[in-house]
Design a protein around this ligand. Structure first.
Ligand code: PRX
Length: 631
């Protein structure tokens, strides 16, 4: 299967074709997959409702395309290479045949525990091959997986379980993270005290730490698969049947379950993977994300496996045993495509160049970044030191909701400009809109980034609340999908993503809603109210700055800060830790009670002299006190 574009000229031609006749364009791509029953209609859509369907009438199972289809040619080719946390431990490899067999075995185990098509299963696991196996096993039988990043707290997991009304959790006893081990089964146990829908828990033995196993509810993975068959027919799925739910934060307090489906997601993740990374036969591709995020779903598991690629999974962290680990692993496995986040690049830059230079990185062909804007300095360091100026850097812009990469370079087949994501992939029609929703057609402009035609992996709904999907993405600008990002288009039509224009904060490439963090902070018994904004952070891109009003004077501020951080750990997880907490006597509010975040943002950014108009404030005196107490 080869869906690859081979030159910028060819890209321009394909993009033009994809705009003038999207159905014919996508039909050409979709035909290369194996369908249990061919589709009748390529796309039917209405952004007002929204109601978007791709490959209508088609019956397909994504795992047949990611596994079975490759067996005649690739049975013995590595599908997954797994590199452990501990550099001295053995790495492991699963061939396509082995992966197929293990997916089928686990799928049969799920069935034997009563899981049927349409059931929701929460996966809360370390970066082990078994996580990919569990993901694919769910898809195999038509169960809907919802992976929860194993850094989220018990409360955050319980919210997701309850929203999805999930029937099963798959987890492990513990996980290895650098020099630490974290018990995660106990976090599941705590979450389940707040949930009634879960009937069973499957536990993979990873750290071999002692855990409590509840009789009749908890089963060991190795017992569950014992004696199961290596054959499990792929469940026939309508192209738009749900494949997975992935929870992501928005501008309200409650994360929403973004829904992707079998057919469209399959076509787009494979197509974008092959083009952006220009994967070639025999290459070893490595994406350092966690499968708990969309990047791991689309570009560790589905995109690469659908393309018959060899994909690497890494259990560890970039700084263990030292900050040269990424490069040591690249050398060891002769990695050809390397895909990571700007935050990791910025963190590693700080440790000096020797940790990179000592490794042989000559296998690298393409470098990628994702998740947040990359600053110029980090871009050049990556390009020069890691890529030796011979590897294109693909700055890939996309979102949980888009399912796949929408704006990016295509290996070395498109022009590259530091900090610019570049051009839209074929099939993608971005536009910039002004405040009034009018399209800005000139170049060298900035505006709200929207997309005016669906692509196959656009989200279909938010689980259990379609209205929320409509309001969040399709109500701001008529007949457009609104991304929540602001962007710039230069004189050559290249796009640069500026950042979120809504109340979403992007910390180390992870999304949080300001309201979500405020809710967590407000759960602390001493807190009356709080307001959270982002401020520029050298490594994380953005840091969380919280203004907190407590019940009376805070005598010991350090202790109160620790207590609030602990509350946020409990409510969301350590990844949402507020970097700065300022105690204030009141928040700047308008007469109607709305918090003026613009003012708080300016103070957090260290620009209190640029507050702008404060005349609409109920009590302007509050502002000077905040500035005086600024951190
Ligand atoms: O603001 C954009 C930023 O990350 C947001 C999407 O976050 P999430 O759904 O968690 O997905 C992250 C991984 C795909 C976007 O709205 N973002 C993502 N990629 C880039 C980016 N900002 C700038 N440049 C990028 N390449």
């Amino acid at each position: 299967m080869n869906l690859k574009i081979n030159s910028f000229e060819q890209y321009k031609e394909q993009h033009q074709n994809s705009i003038s006749d999207p159905a014919t364009f996508w039909d050409g791509i979709a035909q290369t997959f194996s369908w249990q029953k061919p589709y009748d209609t390529v796309c039917d859509w209405d952004f007002q409702k929204p109601d978007v369907k791709w490959f209508l009438g088609g019956v397909v199972n994504i795992t047949e395309n990611a596994l079975d289809r490759h067996l005649p040619k690739r049975a013995n080719q590595p599908a997954i290479i797994w590199e452990p946390n501990e550099p001295n431990s053995e790495h492991s490899t699963l061939t396509y045949q082995e992966l197929h067999d293990q997916v089928c075995q686990f799928a049969n185990a799920l069935k034997s525990k009563g899981i049927v098509k349409g059931d929701r299963i929460i996966l809360y696991m370390p970066m082990l091959p078994e996580l990919a196996i569990a993901v694919l096993a769910c898809a195999r039988i038509g169960a809907i997986h919802s992976v929860v990043f194993a850094g989220f707290s018990a409360n955050a997991m319980a919210d997701r379980i309850n929203d999805a009304q999930a029937k099963m959790v798959v987890t492990s006893d513990g996980l290895n993270r650098g020099a630490k081990q974290v018990g995660i089964k106990e976090i599941v146990d705590e979450a389940l005290t707040k949930c009634t829908s879960i009937e069973s828990v499957i536990v993979y033995q990873c750290t071999e730490t002692a855990v409590e196993m509840k009789d009749g509810r908890d089963y060991w993975w190795h017992d569950a698969i014992n004696g199961t068959n290596k054959i499990c027919p792929a469940e026939p799925m309508d192209a738009d049947d749900m494949l997975f739910i992935l929870y992501t934060s928005g501008s309200t307090g409650k994360p929403k379950g973004v829904v992707h489906t079998h057919g469209g997601y399959m076509v787009y993740t494979a197509y974008s993977f092959q083009n952006v990374f220009q994967y070639e036969e025999g290459d070893v591709y490595w994406c350092t994300a966690d499968i708990g995020w969309i990047t791991g779903h689309s570009y560790i598991v589905y995109g690469p496996l659908l393309s018959g690629a060899t994909t690497m999974m890494f259990e560890g962290i970039p700084t263990f045993p030292d900050a040269g680990r990424f490069w040591q692993v690249c050398e060891k496995h002769k990695v050809n495509q390397f895909y990571t986040a700007p935050t990791a690049i910025r963190a590693l830059m700080g440790y000096g160049d020797d940790l990179v230079s000592q490794y042989d990185l000559s296998s690298l062909k393409v470098l990628g970044t994702v998740g947040e804007p990359i600053n110029e300095e980090a871009w050049h360091w990556y390009h020069k030191l890691v890529g030796k100026e011979k590897c294109p850097v693909v700055d890939t812009w996309w979102q949980t909701e888009t399912g796949g990469i929408l704006i990016s370079g295509l290996g070395n087949h498109s022009p590259m400009k530091p900090t610019f994501a570049g051009y839209p992939l074929p099939g993608i029609q971005p536009v910039l809109l002004d405040q009034e929703g009018k399209e800005i057609t000139e170049d060298n402009v900035e505006g709200y980034l929207c997309i005016k035609h669906p692509w196959p992996s656009i989200l279909r709904t938010t689980y259990g609340d379609h209205e929320r999907c409509r309001v969040t993405y399709f109500s701001h600008y008529k007949n457009h999908y609104f991304t929540g990002d602001g962007a710039r288009r230069d004189e050559n039509g290249m796009y640069r993503i500026i950042g979120r224009v809504d109340d979403v904060i992007n910390v180390s490439g992870h999304r949080f809603g300001t309201a979500e963090i405020e809710n967590a902070i407000n759960a602390n018994s001493r807190v009356i109210e709080s307001a959270v904004v982002a401020y520029p952070h050298d490594v994380k891109g953005q840091g969380i700055y919280a203004y907190v009003v407590c019940d009376g004077v805070v005598a010991d501020e350090d202790a109160a800060r620790l207590s609030i951080i602990e509350t946020v750990n409990t409510e969301i997880g350590k990844i949402a830790k507020p970097e700065k907490i300022q105690f204030v006597s009141g928040l700047p509010k308008t007469r109607s009670g709305k918090i003026m975040r613009r003012i708080l943002r300016k103070v957090a950014e260290g620009e209190p002299d640029k507050l702008g108009d404060t005349s609409t404030l109920l009590d302007p005196g509050v502002v000077s006190k905040i500035i005086e107490g600024g951190l």
